[in-house]
Design a binder for this molecule. Structure first.
Ligand SMILES: Cc1cc2nc3c(=O)[nH]c(=O)nc-3n(C[C@H](O)[C@H](O)[C@H](O)COP(=O)(O)OP(=O)(O)OC[C@H]3O[C@@H](n4cnc5c(N)ncnc54)[C@H](O)[C@@H]3O)c2cc1C
Length: 407
């Protein structure tokens, strides 16, 4: 006899947890969440991935009951007007209000740059930078405390079955979960997606993302920087006035070379690429590396199922949008489901509305990111550089670009 729920979410990463919380909150559903590896206390100790969260993503996290808080001794995120005050279990995050993107030698002062400014856009912040582990832990704690969510932790999804009135998740510990809607939030290697036979088209960029933190001598703590090199993209994201998260996307071979450098060699290469925008940079944590792929599920919903987050797509990290897109999926799915009576839970026509909305937005964003990456490589590079200063002068276009990235 299987336990029965209105929704069952496979995968308790950041996106799956937010999904369970939002479906429970907006639809008032009982939700099951299956996760093979619960957050561990030591997750925050090793090298950590820092993520840029858009204001739209922060709103979604607010609705999940989280308020980004101020890291010790650092500038926090302006409190949302729509939500409560920060609490101890909330996650640390650092807000920034300026972003400078440039290309070529000589730093952003050479003219090939675009500056996005929160005041110019009429918003409080452009985004904030948060470490993934404490964010996931805060969502996990919320889900554990939520009466309407049952967390199946330490168990893997083994197989999936869809029958007329119910979908079933079979776990490797022998348990079976029945739900009217199954949500695949189990990441790029999604078992739910493959068990349903949904194709996942994927192509490598031939690039690796190197992620580490660096101490910096002259940052203002309020500006994020992004440099397009001939063969890569360097992002410097403020974690405080003296610490930057570095996300450096490079061709695989060059990334390997950088990983093999000694401390002095890496510091020299980083300072060369950083062009002094944040003063002297000194790598302060080990390097974590990620192969970069662009992927897309052939379909993201059908009768009794929907895919969200990296189960639905992966994008290049250059625009820092992967998690933002995933949280956007969750918001759209919960909104569409909440707008329907419970008689239609898991109905493919209802879910189709979610799919159409996300296809429009996700594809635009994914292709946009892909196109930017392609444009800054090879023969188109000088054109792209020219385009940058033109965009910088065109305020309305800049506002459109920024508004999209902030959703
Ligand atoms: C270098 C790099 C930098 C990035 N920077 C940014 C950024 O600045 N901003 C941003 O928005 N995004 C960024 N991203 C993307 C972002 O990290 C991801 O989009 C996001 O973490 C994906 O979340 P998810 O919950 O969909 O998937 P995941 O985090 O992969 O979570 C999937 C979960 O499902 C569980 N699971 C999987 N299979 C099973 C199973 N069979 N049974 C049970 N559980 C299972 C896993 O244990 C995991 O917890 C970056 C990515 C990279 C590579």
């Amino acid at each position: 006899m299987s336990a029965r729920f209105q929704a069952a979410v496979a995968g308790g990463g950041t996106v799956g947890l937010a999904c369970a919380l939002l479906l429970n909150r907006r639809c008032d559903w009982d939700v099951a969440l299956v996760e093979r590896s619960a957050p561990r206390d030591e997750d925050g100790e090793g090298p950590q991935r820092a993520l840029t969260l858009s204001p739209g993503a922060v709103e979604t996290l607010n609705e999940c009951g989280l308020q980004p808080g101020r890291p010790p001794g650092r500038e926090g995120v302006p409190p949302s007007t729509r939500t409560r005050r920060p609490r101890s279990q909330d996650f640390p995050a650092h807000a920034f209000s300026r972003m400078v993107v440039w290309r070529g030698e000589g730093g952003p002062w050479s003219g090939n740059s675009i500056t996005f400014d929160a005041a110019e856009m009429g918003v409080q912040m452009l985004g904030c930078v948060a470490h993934e582990a404490p964010l996931r832990r805060a969502l996990w704690d919320r889900a554990q405390q939520c009466k309407g969510i049952r967390v199946y932790s330490g168990a893997s999804l083994a197989s999936v079955r869809i029958e007329e009135d119910c979908g079933y998740l079979d776990l490797d510990n022998g348990k079976e979960i029945g739900a009217e809607l199954l949500v695949g939030a189990d990441g790029a290697q999604s078992k739910l997606r493959s068990a349903l036979g949904i194709e996942f088209r994927s192509s490598g960029y031939g690039q690796t993302g190197l992620v580490f933190e660096a101490d910096c001598s002259e940052a203002d703590g309020d500006t994020a920087w992004q440099r397009f090199e001939d063969d890569g993209v360097l992002a410097l994201l403020p974690l405080s006035e003296s610490r930057m998260s570095i996300v450096w996307s490079l061709p695989d071979e060059r990334a390997e070379q950088l990983k093999r450098l000694d401390d002095e060699g890496l510091e020299a290469a980083l300072n060369d690429a950083g062009a002094g925008v944040a003063g002297e940079l000194a790598p302060a944590t080990p390097i974590a590396s990620f192969p970069l792929r662009r992927s897309r599920a052939e379909q993201v919903c059908g009768e009794r199922y929907a895919l969200v987050g990296e189960a639905a797509r992966t994008v290049h990290p250059l625009a820092g949008q992967g998690l933002n897109l995933g949280l956007g999926d969750v918001e759209a799915l919960a909104r569409v489901c909440a707008g329907q009576g419970d008689a239609l839970i898991g109905d493919a026509r209802v879910l189709g509305r979610f799919a159409r909305e996300r296809a429009r937005y996700g594809e635009e964003m994914s292709w946009g990111i892909h196109a930017i990456n392609a444009a800054f490589e090879g023969a188109l590079a000088p054109l792209a550089a020219l385009g940058m200063s033109a965009v910088d002068r065109a305020r309305p276009l800049k506002r459109v670009l920024a508004a999209r990235a902030m959703r």
